[in-house]
Design a protein around this ligand. Structure first.
Ligand SMILES: O=C[C@H](O)[C@H](O)COP(=O)(O)O
Ligand SMILES: C=C(OP(=O)(O)O)C(=O)O
Length: 357
């Protein structure tokens, strides 16, 4: 053991270069280079802008539809992703007068400790961590989803990665583990898209409320420009943020009393009362088959007049459940959190639309 006691003076510490524990470093293409290689066409640029406006209208209450952010916990297989997306695109046409469907296209996963960190980090799923390939594959796949006519959503986890995808997104989340981070709030303040801040893993709303107030303001912060150069970035502030209730260590937070408390907390702080409920994570106790019951309760509240509830999130895949990451994987099954399969998802969304009339 050669641990350095925290009270040793700098002079007493063993000489180490600042990078002594960094094994290697490899350059990556800049966001600008990747965008040039995989460009967003004028047609798709217009499509993304139109769907961002549609999401804003639902969040603002100008559009009565329910926003539904639905799709795999994480993308890991391009074929299965496109198979799922084609079905969702069809359902979106069928239910589009009552539900605004946005597909989860999550390529970065925050982990409680360690684990697979998502397609952008490890596209070969084997720990080799080929991030140059992962960023390109993620952007390629997101463009393919847009081509199917779907708006897409993702969690922005690593602020430096945001620029590789941001132009493709109609909605983004800042996750429960990062809502309290000043760096993520700065990032959001410079994004021209609606962003949901999740409550903390402990269930606390305060960090998400602080996040919305911070992100609404202009910031000057350290970041990276399109050429990959570290830069001082200046932002305008983002007025399109909202709260996502995802439950916490004490249990769920989607019931009437939780939503009322969240709405009152937002109103007290002068923040627009716009709330999404994540039917998964701590709201489902991580049991994907409890998501329909959560969605039903949200809908009961909407239909009873709770106008702050503007949408829901669902973790859904081609097939039910999840599987451990192994050399041989079942097609269309999540390798992160358990998901509701396609059949259950389509049934649930049709039932939801029918209740909304
Ligand atoms: O949605 C995914 C997970 O809930 C989150 O990334 C944490 O996962 P973990 O607890 O399995 O690491
Ligand atoms: C990690 C996620 O959610 P949360 O931040 O609520 O845990 C997710 O939606 O994939």
């Amino acid at each position: 053991m050669n641990a350095v006691p925290c009270c040793t003076s700098v002079a007493e510490r063993p000489a180490q270069t600042p990078t002594a524990r960094r094994r290697s470093s490899a350059p990556l293409p800049s966001p600008g280079q990747l965008r040039q290689r995989l460009p967003l066409s004028a047609h798709l640029t217009h499509q993304v802008e139109t769907s961002r406006q549609a999401v804003r209208a639902v969040l603002d209450g100008a559009d009565e539809r329910l926003l539904v952010i639905v799709g795999p916990c994480s993308l890991h297989c391009p074929d299965a992703t496109l198979d799922y997306a084609a079905r969702l695109a069809e359902l979106s046409v069928e239910l589009g007068d009552r539900l605004l469907l946005v597909m989860r296209a999550y390529v970065e996963k925050p982990r409680t400790t360690i684990g697979w960190k998502g397609l952008a980090y490890d596209p070969q799923l084997d720990g080799s961590g080929d991030m140059a390939a992962g960023l390109a594959l993620s952007r390629r796949l997101m463009l393919d989803l847009l081509d199917l006519g779907l708006p897409i959503a993702t969690e922005l986890l690593q602020p430096l990665a945001a620029d590789y995808f941001e132009d493709l997104l109609s909605w983004a989340a800042i996750g429960a583990r990062t809502s309290e981070s000043q760096i993520h709030r700065e990032l959001v303040s410079g994004l021209d898209l609606p962003v949901g801040f999740k409550n903390g893993t402990d269930g606390g709303l305060a960090i998400a409320c602080d996040a919305m107030r911070s992100a609404a303001h202009p910031h000057r912060h350290l970041g990276m420009d399109a050429e990959g150069q570290t830069a001082l970035l200046q932002t305008h502030g983002n007025p399109d943020t909202h709260l996502v209730l995802r439950g916490g260590h004490q249990g769920p937070n989607y019931e009437v009393e939780h939503v009322a408390q969240a709405r009152e907390t937002l109103e007290r702080q002068g923040i627009a009362a716009r709330i999404l409920v994540d039917c998964s994570h701590a709201n489902s106790g991580k049991d994907p088959f409890r998501q329909p019951a959560v969605l039903d309760r949200v809908l009961d509240q909407r239909l009873a007049g709770e106008r702050a509830l503007r949408g829901v999130m669902l973790e859904s895949n081609l097939f039910d459940g999840n599987q451990p990451l192994a050399a041989r994987l079942d097609y269309g099954v999540s390798i992160t959190d358990g998901c509701l399969g396609w059949e259950g998802t389509a049934h649930l969304l049709r039932r939801t639309a029918a209740r909304l009339g």
